[in-house]
Each structure stands twice: as structure tokens, then as C-alpha cells.
Ligand binder design. Structure first.
Ligand SMILES: [Zn+2]
Length: 340
């Protein structure tokens, strides 16, 4: 099972269909689980997908149209019912904090969840490094005590209980206040097992070398760059309801995986403009201009339910030559392996 994957809980826009639930996306990222835009029915979709309430560590809501948030009452109450032991952090447009309060307290239940709210009031970093209370934390340095697995990947951050990413938000251009989100894993270094072996370095010494940048081994000073190469951090972007805008391109910049709304087809571009949405082709344009590796299309209008299934995908492909997945409910889509 991949350590980092998108589990698609729902793919419909305004109205669900027989085959598509309202929005909902669960991103497994090492030991964190980010639930994005839980629409109506998300709790049951989680059950079908094998996602438990206790796997959720953060909830990100782009905006408060119903298809992006009406699942919150059920999901939050389920987390209380299951007595999720860890704090869960919720991010949403701060200007609509009252809307979040209403959803959180939509019906009577015994609240046993530690839910920490982080209203988002502007563009920028909203979580960084260790379980931060919301503001920008440290400079996002790479974690120290990494372990070298067979593939030579160092994966210490989550084991040490740190978020292995920085979470950012940018205001989108929709009919109501809306934010897109972006996860950025700090750049790090990939250890080269054969170089470590050649110098007789193993076990905890590897972590020490990563932390300090040098190590005395067998009477010789070894520097980190002798036994490792730069490793670019992975990036994930989540863009929901918006017109084309600069923020969409900034969110998508260099993303290994971009989840992007593509509510409308070319023929309905006028509706997209009127309702503050993207066409599939525009999603493709964002991906192409931003160097995205994998584009996941979703949030489809019910009007295409009976049409050719690949219509929206083909229109996006006319603008973007990279890999495209037209999401279906309960799809599991791995974040692409590191490019280098
Ligand atoms: Zn909307």
C-alpha cells in the first residue's frame, strides 16, 4: 500500500447522482490523513473506502457551499462517537466561521473530540512542521533522525511525529469566499545506501549524520553530501470551485498531484464563468502551465452523467499532455513516485 495516496470519496458537484456521491477526498500522507471538502454522505463513503474516523488528522474545507461541507456534522460526530484520541485540526475560510460553528453544532451529541479550529484569513502558510497551532512554525527544515529503507528513502519526519509537509492556502475566485490548499514537503536529501556501507556507517549514525551534516567514521570525517543526493519534496495541490485565477496556478505550481474541479465541458464555458467554475480544459491549462505531473479531474456536473464518459478527460488532455485521471468514487490514486 502506498504511503501517500488519494482516496476519492465523492466526485459530484452540486447534486449527487446514482454513481457519484457529493465531494469528499481523503489524502493519506504518511501517518497523517487529510479530509478535504466532506460533502453529504461522506461518513458512509469513508466506510466503503475503508477510511476510519481515527485516520483523519486534519480537515480542510475550501468553502461553505453545501456540496463541500454538508458532510461535516456526520463526520465530526462520528469522530466523537469513536473517541478519536488525537486532536484534529480544521481549516476553513475564516470569514465564514459562523457557518463552521453551525455545522459543528448541527445536532445534539456528546462532543468528545478535540477539534482545533484554524480559520484561514489570507494567503500563506497555515501549518508547518511539528503539530503547530496554526501559524508558521520553523523554517520547515528536514527532520533529523531518518531511517534508510531498502529503496534508500529517508522517512523520519512522520515517525518522529512531525507533519512531513507545510500546508498553504490561497484565496480562489468563486461566488463565495473560497481557499485552495497545497501541501509542500520540504526538500531533503536521499541517502545512498552503497556510499554509507562503503564508509561503514549504519544504524543511529545515519540519523546523526543527517542531523549534524558530518560524522567521524572509522577515523575519517564523512560529510553528508558524500553519502546523499538532493531529494525534492513532494507537492500536492487541491483546487475546488474557482474561475481561472493566479491563485490556481500558484497552488498547482510543481505539484506531483493536482486535484482540480472540472465542473463543465467546453460547450458550457459560459456557465462556468457565470457560476465561478472551471472547465476541464481550463483545469488542463492550469496543470500544463504549472508543471503538474498527475492531474485528477473531479467535481463533475450531473449534466454529463449520461454523455460520453471520457468527454471531460479528452478536453483536459487537449491542453495538458501529462497523466490525467478522471476520478470515480472510491478510486485510490497513489501520489506519483518521486521524480528524482
Ligand atoms: Zn461552490
Amino acid at each position: 500500500m502506498a504511503n501517500r495516496e488519494l482516496i476519492v470519496l465523492g466526485t459530484a458537484s452540486q447534486a449527487p447522482t446514482r454513481t457519484r456521491n457529493h465531494n469528499g477526498y481523503f489524502l493519506r500522507w504518511d501517518e497523517e490523513g487529510l479530509l478535504f471538502d466532506p460533502g453529504e454522505g461522506t461518513q458512509r463513503q469513508m466506510l466503503f473506502a475503508g477510511v476510519t474516523a481515527s485516520q483523519v488528522t486534519r480537515i480542510c474545507v475550501t468553502h461553505f457551499h453545501g456540496d463541500h461541507c454538508l458532510g461535516l456534522p456526520g463526520v465530526l460526530q462520528r469522530m466523537s462517537l469513536d473517541q478519536v484520541p488525537h486532536p484534529v485540526r480544521a481549516y476553513y475560510p475564516g470569514v465564514d466561521a459562523e457557518m463552521f460553528w453551525r455545522l459543528r453544532h448541527a445536532s445534539l451529541f456528546r462532543e468528545r473530540l478535540t477539534l482545533v479550529e484554524h480559520p484561514v484569513d489570507g494567503d500563506g502558510v497555515i501549518a508547518d512542521g511539528p503539530d503547530s497551532p496554526g501559524g508558521a512554525g520553523g523554517p520547515g527544515e528536514v527532520s533529523g533522525a531518518g531511517e534508510v529503507s531498502g529503496a534508500g528513502e529517508v522517512s523520519g519526519a512522520h515517525r518522529a511525529g512531525r507533519a512531513g509537509f507545510r500546508l498553504e492556502a490561497r484565496a480562489l475566485s468563486h461566488l463565495v469566499p473560497a481557499f485552495g490548499y497545497r501541501l509542500v514537503e520540504p526538500d531533503g536529501r536521499r541517502m545512498l545506501p552503497e556510499e554509507l556501507v562503503a564508509r561503514g556507517i549504519s544504524g543511529p549514525d545515519v540519523g546523526r549524520l543527517r542531523q549534524t551534516g558530518h560524522l567521524e567514521a572509522n577515523g575519517r570525517l564523512v560529510k553528508l553530501d558524500e553519502v546523499s543526493v538532493p531529494r525534492r519534496g513532494q507537492r500536492f495541490a487541491f483546487i475546488m470551485d474557482t474561475r481561472l485565477c493566479d491563485a490556481a496556478f500558484e497552488l498547482a505550481d510543481g505539484a506531483d498531484m493536482l486535484v482540480c474541479e472540472s465542473t463543465f465541458a467546453d460547450a458550457d464555458e459560459g456557465s462556468a464563468r457565470e457560476w465561478g467554475h472551471l472547465t476541464a480544459r481550463q483545469a488542463g491549462q492550469i496543470a500544463a502551465a504549472s508543471g503538474v505531473r498527475l492531474l485528477v479531474l473531479t467535481h463533475f456536473s450531473q449534466r454529463y452523467e449520461t454523455g460520453p464518459p471520457e468527454r471531460l478527460r479528452d478536453e483536459a488532455a487537449a491542453a495538458f499532455s501529462g497523466e490525467i485521471v478522471s476520478a470515480a468514487d472510491l478510486d485510490r490514486i497513489p501520489v506519483p513516485r518521486r521524480a528524482g
